[in-house]
Design a protein around this ligand. Structure first.
Ligand code: SF4
Length: 459
């Protein structure tokens, strides 16, 4: 059974990785500390979110590994248009009914799914208008408006319209594999020709685009993975995301395969894939800025950084989770219940706190101190810049910050952790350390063990 901490980690990672295939899920963390519980909490007031995630759940069909909340439309569904229109009505209603205390201008918007590129442009425009009317768009920093797009689901004209009339300025292309057999095996609705065509159109229109791959697919070998990486690098995207396949119960892969057993690669093979991805992409000039993400200078995904830094964000749509005012609200994955939630919100009814686990309805989870510590450490250590020790101390006090430093120091000798000073140079002086970070790739590969150890220490 999942513990509350396990569940929370899965929710966070699912939100943070738009396709929900987070690399290196943490093992179970069962104990909360009396020391943690005695900590009085943050000295840093929560800022209003500047990021909004919008879930657009429609796909042509369900891929064999996917357990996301989606609506499979079929290849030629006659009522797809009205289904999508009704859904966008709901999302716009939800945005308008948002109960955030006051208006704070958005700096990033992320359309995830599902396959957002199946949504007609006029419907996308309506969502953008609803977001701007509710929150305003920042004039201080350039907006980042990202959209996940799948090969074979859009035309050149669609892309041009999305850029020109919806302000989309970043695309995340779900390539997943450069191999027709693997794409077919995964139940993807696109083929390799679609991939190359989409890449050509995107490169003609945008510089800021990400190419998304999945590693550890059935039958993946180091040689075939190397070929995929070579083709990804040859496409020259500004950003690359690599998610390690997780076998989810209830999916076709979950019924067919057991994790770590043939034809799935072993854990050791997956570690080799991770190391190869890290070394090839870094050699090609990409900064490995987060466990699963690589970017050329200036092209980190600003929206996803909000998740990794454990900052607040709005979220709208089926199955999405928002984090506003220290509360996580998880919307139902069932359309009927999501619709009821929006109806209640629009009518001004209170949103009732409920247990997240097993709940089919929305849940409000007040962010407790122990949750915040778990979230802060777990998310920050996914980032190459690591955890900001001074900020951690300001938020949770010097005693816990000292324990965290002691815990990190245990992994310095093995080369899995380094401390950095204010100028981000490595330092052996823990006293002057400003950041603690995992090394790449070895520290990242054992992040589960390190984070579990840190939690044992503060209990
Ligand atoms: S396209 Fe993405 S969201 Fe849709 S079924 Fe496939 S993996 Fe899931």
């Amino acid at each position: 059974m999942l513990t509350r901490a396990d569940h929370r980690i899965r929710v966070l990672l699912a939100m943070a990785c738009a396709r929900g295939h987070a690399l290196l899920l943490l093992p179970k963390v069962r104990h909360y500390s009396s020391r943690v519980l005695a900590c009085e909490g943050s000295a840093i007031p929560a800022a209003l979110p500047t990021a909004a995630y919008v879930h657009l759940p429609f796909c042509k069909r369900r891929c064999h590994y996917c357990d996301f909340p989606i609506v499979a439309l079929g290849e030629s569904s006659s009522n797809a248009g009205s289904t999508m229109e009704s859904y966008v009505d709901l999302v716009c209603q939800e945005i308008a009914a948002e109960r955030s205390p006051s208006r704070g201008a958005l700096q990033t918007v992320f359309f995830g799914g599902g396959t957002p590129s199946l949504i007609p442009i006029p419907l996308l425009q309506r969502i953008i208008q609803a977001l701007e009317a509710k929150h305003g768009f920042s004039r201080d920093a350039p907006m980042e408006i990202s959209m996940e797009m799948d090969p074979g689901t859009f035309s050149r004209d669609y892309l041009t319209e999305a850029i020109q009339s919806c302000g989309i300025n970043r695309v995340s292309l779900g390539v997943q594999a450069f191999d027709d057999d693997l794409l077919k095996l995964c139940g993807r609705s696109h083929c390799l020709d679609d991939v190359f065509q989409s890449i050509e159109w995107i490169k003609d229109s945008l510089q800021n685009w990400s190419l998304d791959l999945i590693s550890s697919l059935p039958h993946h070998t180091l040689a075939s993975w190397r070929k995929s990486l070579e083709q990804a690098i040859a496409a020259s995207p500004a950003h690359v995301s690599i998610y390690d396949l997780q076998i989810e119960q209830g999916t076709k892969f979950g019924n067919l395969y057991k994790p770590g057993m043939d034809p799935l690669p072993s854990d050791d093979d997956s570690a080799e894939f991770f190391k190869l991805g890290s070394s090839m992409l870094r050699e090609a000039g990409y900064d490995h800025y987060e466990i699963s993400n690589y970017a050329r200078k200036g092209f980190q995904c600003r929206h996803n950084l909000v998740y990794w830094k454990n900052q607040g964000y709005y979220a709208y749509g089926l199955g999405s989770t928002s984090f506003v005012d220290g509360k996580r609200v998880k919307r139902s994955k069932r359309m009927r219940e999501y619709a009821k939630f929006v109806e209640a919100l629009a009518a001004g009814s209170p949103v009732l706190p409920e247990s997240l686990e097993g709940s089919r309805t929305e849940a409000v989870l007040p962010e407790s101190v122990e949750d915040r510590i778990l979230d802060t450490v777990m998310l920050a250590l996914r980032l190459a810049e690591g955890i900001d020790l001074r900020r951690f101390e300001a938020e949770f006090g010097s005693e816990l910050a000292g324990i965290l430093c002691d815990g990190l120091a245990e992994f310095v000798a093995s080369g899995n952790v380094v401390f950095l000073d204010a100028s981000r140079e490595c330092t052996a002086e823990r006293a002057g350390a400003v950041y603690g970070r995992l090394t790449d790739p070895n520290g990242f590969l054992v992040s589960n063990e390190i984070i579990s150890r840190l939690f044992c220490l503060v209990k």
